[in-house]
Design a protein around this ligand. Structure first.
Ligand code: HEC
Length: 327
């Protein structure tokens, strides 16, 4: 309070000096009036409170004097009354347990005796009964919330939301990476030509792919990768997508689970270098002939196209869909 009054005094002082200085006043006269009013109100309140306390003190003294004149020590009487009364805590405990006091136990004693074990017919403890009522109330609310009104989400729906949130977060994360130039930008996907990448691609191929596609890409369980014929498209993006998403029902693994996009790009680039190498024991061509990107010709002139030759691998995963930055 003192602090407040002194600070407002400072404010008043500042206001008084401001016009003299001729500069724009810091406080408008309205604000000063308000401050003065508040201070005045606070001062009046302080005075009133002090007065009230004095009156109360006086009346207490008069009270004591009144009883003292009649030979009663009112303070000890008050203490005695307080002693006979139960504390709030004790009252609460009594209300919650509702147990019959030990002195009156014979009132609730049942008249049978099991080898010295006697039974008291106490009422159910209210704390327990209230908890039971609470569970009933909870069940009703739960039923309404989740099954009648449908305002609550059941586990399955909650799972769905969380998966959806995670999917959105993943896309956002990938886009953020792409924006920083750290992600894998499908829009700019192109074969790598540097020796290091191709060497790495070759290593990946020999370790992971040769078992099905042959050491030199001549084919085996999997198709020949050195000819011009492709089941799932021979352009670089299609090859990338085939490796990325696999052809699960034909035994080609979706390598995105095992290889980073960068690595898939490397191995796909390596496969591209195998074109026309004519390795021994080459598996006979499968799919549609693909004319190289340079000629710009669409895959046409198929000689032994299977029924689903035009089917390209749909890029279902977000890596493939994500075009990332709008660079
Ligand atoms: C378990 C055997 C197996 C392994 C291992 C395997 N592939 Fe395949 N791959 C196949 C089969 C089978 C197909 C043919 C799918 C079809 O008929 O649609 C195929 C198809 C492909 C195609 C598409 C060919 C076309 O004609 O369109 C490419 C590209 C390819 N694999 C690359 C790879 C690469 C790269 C690896 C290693 C990272 C690899 N594969 C590992 C079995 C395999």
């Amino acid at each position: 309070m003192l602090l407040f009054m002194s600070s407002s005094a400072v404010a008043q002082q500042a206001a008084a000096t401001a016009p003299a200085a001729g500069s724009a006043p810091m406080l408008s006269s309205e604000k000063i009036a308000l401050i003065v009013l508040v201070v005045a109100a606070a001062a009046i309140l302080l005075v009133l409170v002090t007065l009230l306390r004095i009156i109360k003190l006086l009346s207490n003294e008069l009270h004591k004097m009144y009883f003292a004149e009649r030979g009663i020590d009112i303070e000890t009487v008050e203490k005695q009354i307080a002693a006979t009364q139960k504390s709030g805590w004790q009252k609460l405990m009594d209300a919650l347990t509702d147990a019959v006091p030990v002195e009156r136990e014979k009132d609730v004693l049942l008249d049978h005796n099991y080898d010295g074990i006697k039974e008291l017919d106490n009422s159910l403890p209210p704390w327990w009964v209230y908890m039971f009522y609470l569970t009933i109330f909870f069940a009703a609310v739960y039923l309404l919330h989740y099954h009648v009104l449908g305002t609550g989400k059941l586990s399955a729906a909650e799972y769905q939301t969380e998966m959806e949130n995670a999917r959105i977060a993943k896309i956002a994360h990938e886009q953020a990476l792409a924006a920083k130039g750290m992600g894998f930008d499908m829009a700019k996907l192109a074969p790598l030509t540097d020796a290091a990448s191709l060497e790495s691609g070759k290593n990946i191929f020999v370790t992971n792919c040769a078992s099905c596609h042959g050491n030199k890409g001549e084919g085996g369980v999997g198709p020949n990768l050195t000819d011009k014929f492709w089941i799932h498209g021979g352009d670089f993006k299609s090859v990338f997508n085939t490796i990325n998403n696999g052809v699960l029902d034909k035994g080609m693994i979706a390598w995105k689970a095992m290889l980073k996009p960068q690595k898939i790009q490397e191995v796909a680039s390596y496969i591209k270098t195998l074109q026309g190498t004519n390795p021994p024991n080459a598996k006979s061509p499968q799919g549609t002939e693909y004319k190289s990107e340079q000629t710009g010709a669409a895959a046409a002139g198929s000689t032994n196209a299977p029924a689903d030759s035009t089917k390209t691998t749909a890029p279902k995963d977000s890596t493939a869909n994500q075009t990332g930055a709008k660079k």
